[in-house]
Design a protein around this ligand. Structure first.
Ligand code: ADP
Length: 459
C-alpha cells in the first residue's frame, strides 16, 4: 500500500472525514443527552418545591396546630430515594435538614439551580423560597445525579465501542469502493503501455459506466485514432516519396550503364547527359516540394500577411508564363479591377499558390486552349480564379486531387509531375485561412477559386 496510490489516498481521506464526522456527532449527542437528563431533573425539583408550597398551604388551612417544620419533614420522607429537602427560616437558620438521612445540604444564599457534591457524590440542587404566615422560608431540594451519570457513562461506553467499529467498517467499505471504481484504470494503463507505433490500431477498452473513466477512455481512443491516421499518412508519404525518387535514379543509372557499355558517338553522350540533366531536375523539383511540405507541416514556414497587389502580381506571373504557354499554343491572360486588387496575403506564399495553379492549367490544357487568371472583389474579399479550357478532371478523381502524390491516370501517363503541387497549394491556402474550390467538366476545363481578405490600398 503506497501513498502514491489514488486508492489509498481516497480511503485515507474518506476515513479522516468519517472520523471527524463521527467524533463531532458523538460529542453533540453526548452533550444533548446530558443536557436533556439534567433538565428533566431540574423540572422535577421545581415541581417538588411547588408541591411543598401546596401542601403547606392546604395543611395550614385545615389544621390549626400546623407546624411548618413537621409538615416539611413529613414531605421530605415521602420524596423519592436520594432526594432531600432543607428548610431555613428568614434568619437563615436550618429548620429541616434531613439529618436522619445522613446528608448535610450546604446553605446557599442565591436561588436557582446548581450541581454540587454531597458526601463525594454528584447532586443537583434547587434553591427557592416558600411562603407561610407572612414569612419567607428558604428551601433547597437536592436530587442525586448518579442515575444521570450512569446513563451518560453507559452512553459514552457505547459510543467508544461503536465508533471504532463504524470507522473500521466504513474504511474497509471506502477501500473496497475506490478499488472497484478504479479497477478499470489499471486495465487502461496496461493496454496503454502495450501500444506502440507498430500496433497503433489497438484501442483501449471503454467501460460502459457513463462516468469520467468512460469519457477518458473514449478521449484516449480518439487520440489514438488521430495518431494512427497521422502515422499511416507519414508511412504512405515516405513510401510514395521513395517510389518517386527511385524512378529518376533508375533512369539515370540505365542511361549511364547503356552509354558505358561501349564507345559512343559524342551526340549519344550528349543525349545521355540530357537525360541525366532532365531526371536530376525532376529530383530537385521533387526534393524541393518535399522539403516545402515538411517545413509547412512542422510550422517552420512563417507566412506573415501584408497587403499584396494581386493585380500587379497576376500581370507579372502571366507575363512570366506567357512564353511557356505560347510554346504549347495556349493563350494566357489576366483580368482584374485595378482599383480593387489589394489583398491581405503572404506575397511569396500566394505567388507560389497561383504559380502552381497556372502551371497545372497550362500543363493540362491542349494547344489552342486558353488560361485566365482573374480577380473579382466581393463581400470584403478578393475572389481569385484560375480557369482553363483543358482536359478537366473526372468526378472520381476530384475528391483526391489535393492528396499528396495523387495523380489522375491520364496525368501520370502524359504529363510530368509528382502529384505534390496541389498539396502545397492547399497547405498555403490553409495558412491563409481559405479553401480552394474546384469545379471541372471533363473535356471542357477546370477552374480553381480561392479568396483572400481585401487589403488596404497602397495609395
Ligand atoms: P501534378 O500536376 O504534379 O500531377 P498536382 O498535385 O498539381 O500534381 O495535381 C494533382 C492532379 O490533379 C493532377 O495529376 C491532375 O490529374 C489533376 N489536375 C490538377 N490541376 C488540373 C487542371 N488544371 N486540369 C486538369 N487536371 C488537373
Amino acid at each position: 500500500m503506497s501513498l502514491r496510490s489514488i486508492q489509498v489516498r481516497l480511503t485515507l481521506w474518506y476515513s479522516a472525514s468519517m472520523t471527524i464526522g463521527l467524533v463531532f456527532f458523538a460529542g453533540v449527542m453526548w452533550f444533548a443527552l446530558k443536557h436533556r437528563l439534567v433538565a428533566d431533573i431540574d423540572e422535577r425539583l421545581a415541581d417538588q418545591v411547588r408541591g411543598l408550597q401546596a401542601v403547606i398551604d392546604s395543611e395550614a388551612n385545615a389544621n390549626e396546630h400546623f407546624v411548618i417544620e413537621e409538615e416539611t419533614a413529613e414531605f421530605s420522607r415521602e420524596l423519592p430515594e436520594h432526594t432531600y429537602v432543607q428548610l431555613r427560616d428568614e434568619a437563615g437558620r436550618v429548620l429541616v435538614a434531613n439529618a436522619d438521612k445522613g446528608v448535610t445540604i450546604p446553605i446557599v444564599g442565591v436561588s436557582g439551580y446548581q450541581t454540587t457534591e454531597l458526601a463525594g457524590k454528584p447532586f443537583r440542587m434547587f434553591n427557592s423560597a416558600i411562603r407561610h404566615g407572612g414569612k419567607v422560608y428558604g428551601t433547597a431540594i437536592v436530587a442525586s445525579l448518579e442515575d444521570v451519570e450512569e446513563i451518560i457513562h453507559d452512553f459514552r461506553n457505547l459510543l467508544l465501542l461503536l465508533i471504532p467499529g463504524i470507522l473500521g467498517f466504513s474504511t474497509f467499505g471506502g477501500y473496497w469502493m475506490s478499488r472497484r471504481a478504479l479497477a478499470p484504470v489499471d486495465g487502461i494503463t496496461q493496454v496503454a503501455k502495450s501500444i506502440t507505433v507498430q500496433n497503433l490500431s489497438r484501442r483501449l477498452e471503454v467501460p460502459d459506466t457513463c462516468d469520467e473513466l468512460q469519457r477518458m477512455s473514449e478521449a484516449w481512443n480518439e487520440v489514438l485514432e488521430r495518431l494512427d491516421g497521422a502515422v499511416q499518412k507519414i508511412v504512405k508519404f515516405t513510401a510514395d516519396a521513395s517510389h518517386e525518387l527511385r524512378t529518376p535514379v533508375a533512369v539515370i543509372r540505365a542511361a549511364a550503364e547503356l552509354s558505358l557499355r561501349s564507345d559512343r558517338e559524342p551526340d549519344q553522350y550528349k543525349e545521355t547527359l540530357r537525360i541525366v540533366e532532365r531526371e536530376a531536375k525532376r529530383m530537385t523539383d521533387l526534393t524541393e516540394s518535399l522539403l516545402t511540405l515538411a517545413r509547412m507541416d512542422s510550422n517552420i514556414v512563417d507566412m506573415p500577411l501584408a497587403s499584396v497587389d494581386i493585380g500587379q502580381l497576376s500581370t507579372e506571373l502571366v507575363h512570366h508564363l506567357d512564353p511557356v504557354a505560347a510554346d504549347r499554343g495556349i493563350s494566357i491572360r489576366t483580368q482584374y479591377d485595378p482599383s480593387r486588387s489589394i489583398a491581405l496575403a503572404n506575397e511569396p506564399g500566394i505567388r507560389r499558390l497561383i504559380l502552381i495553379l497556372l502551371h497545372n492549367a497550362i500543363k493540362y490544357t491542349s494547344p489552342g486552349g486558353d488560361v485566365l487568371l482573374s480577380s473579382v472583389p466581393g463581400n470584403g474579399r478578393l475572389w481569385i480564379t484560375i480557369r482553363d479550357s483543358g482536359e478537366g478532371i473526372a468526378p472520381d478523381h476530384m475528391p483526391h486531387i489535393f492528396e499528396r502524390f495523387y495523380r489522375a491516370d491520364s496525368a501520370r501517363s502524359t504529363h510530368e509531375g509528382a502529384g505534390l503541387g496541389l498539396s502545397i497549394a492547399k497547405t498555403i491556402a490553409d495558412i491563409h485561412g481559405t479553401k480552394i474550390e474546384v469545379s471541372s467538366a471533363p473535356g471542357l476545363g477546370s477552374s480553381f477559386t480561392f479568396s483572400l481578405y481585401e487589403g488596404e490600398s497602397f495609395t
